[in-house]
Write a protein that binds this ligand. Structure first.
Ligand SMILES: [Zn+2]
Length: 324
């Protein structure tokens, strides 16, 4: 992975590449920002640039060191992630032993995912590690919330901010990569970065759940109980039932599409292949009523997080939708 391959995040890339060019690489970085904004990819790009024998502020992708990093088997690049719910002191100690054993030679990089999940003991042990004058160790701590880290770690690390990309930009990139509009359009509203979008689109259930939302969204407008039958057969009797939260997010976008249609902002419509159906349904309710639908969908999400019975919460939502 080279810096060039990372989409967006100009500020983060600039900070890191300036450091590489001027030989002022920090011993600890705090990569702070939402999931899916390319934090891990950037950490790997930094590792590769540090180890590459051909380039200074990026990597060539061809030398032996580069290839080892790309294959995930470079002995001087370690990735640490929570073991269960937390990153434990044993994991930090193992890392320290590993680096002590391989002391000397070139730079050593460890990348810690969800670094805010370190136990206090682990964080204190890491802190001692950071304070040792091991000039060739670089730590990259990845977190969604830099302020959740111990203040002593925050102050010893250089902050590198990762920012969400806007949906329009992401859509352009995904279209360039050949992803279908029907899936890319909803995905960019549910993730704050390209990597997270790709991950959503590539889930094989994403297209299916989108279809179920469209079917239910349309059936809410016809009399009878077909909507409940559909919910039973296509949702609760299938593995899709596990993705109810995602489903509610899609419902939110569906309702919002109705408002976009009402105010003639078709370019903003997410379910762009459904323009005919949206045209038929959009004016069956007032804008205020669609806003209430959105609130109800958001409310189901909230109830799911509070461990409400998913089927009950969803069926109540459908009843309310049908009631108009
Ligand atoms: Zn190289």
């Amino acid at each position: 992975m080279s810096f060039q391959e990372i989409i967006g995040q100009q500020r983060a890339k600039q900070m890191l590449q300036n450091g590489l060019r001027s030989g002022k690489v920090s011993h600890a970085y705090l990569f702070a920002g939402p999931n899916g904004t390319g934090r891990k990819e950037t950490a790997l790009a930094l590792a590769q640039a540090l180890l590459c024998t051909e380039m200074t502020d990026d990597s060539c992708g061809r030398c032996l060191e580069c290839r080892k990093v790309e294959h995930g088997n470079h002995p001087d690049v370690h990735i640490v992630a929570p073991d269960g719910a937390s990153i434990k002191i044993e994991q930090i100690r193992a890392l320290q032993r590993e680096f002590a054993y391989r002391s000397g030679g070139g730079p050593k990089i460890y990348i810690m995912e969800q670094a805010d999940k370190m136990t206090v003991q682990a964080a204190n042990s890491l802190l001692k590690f950071l304070e040792e004058p091991q000039s060739n160790v670089v730590a990259v701590l990845i977190t969604e919330n830099g302020h959740a880290m111990l203040p002593t770690i925050q102050s010893r690390a250089q902050w590198v901010p990762f920012t969400p990309m806007n949906p329009g930009e992401m859509l352009q990139v995904l279209a360039g990569e050949g992803f279908p509009q029907t899936l890319a359009r909803p995905a960019v509203h549910m993730a704050s970065g390209i990597a997270a979008c790709r991950e959503i689109i590539q889930q094989n259930w994403f297209a299916e759940i989108r279809n179920v939302v469209l079917q239910l969204g349309k059936e809410c407008h016809v009399q009878g109980n077909s909507v409940m039958v559909t919910a039973q057969q296509k949702l609760f009797k299938t593995p899709l039932a596990e993705h109810l939260d995602m489903m509610m997010s899609l419902f939110l976008l569906w309702f919002k599409d109705m408002i976009h249609y009402q105010v003639d902002r078709t370019e903003s419509i997410v379910f762009i292949d459904q323009l005919d159906s949206i045209g038929k349904i959009a004016f069956t309710r007032t804008t205020d009523a669609w806003v209430r639908c959105m609130e109800q969908a958001a409310d189901v999400k909230k109830r799911l997080r509070a461990n409400a019975n998913p089927q009950l919460a969803f069926e109540q939502f459908l009843v309310e939708m049908q009631g108009g």
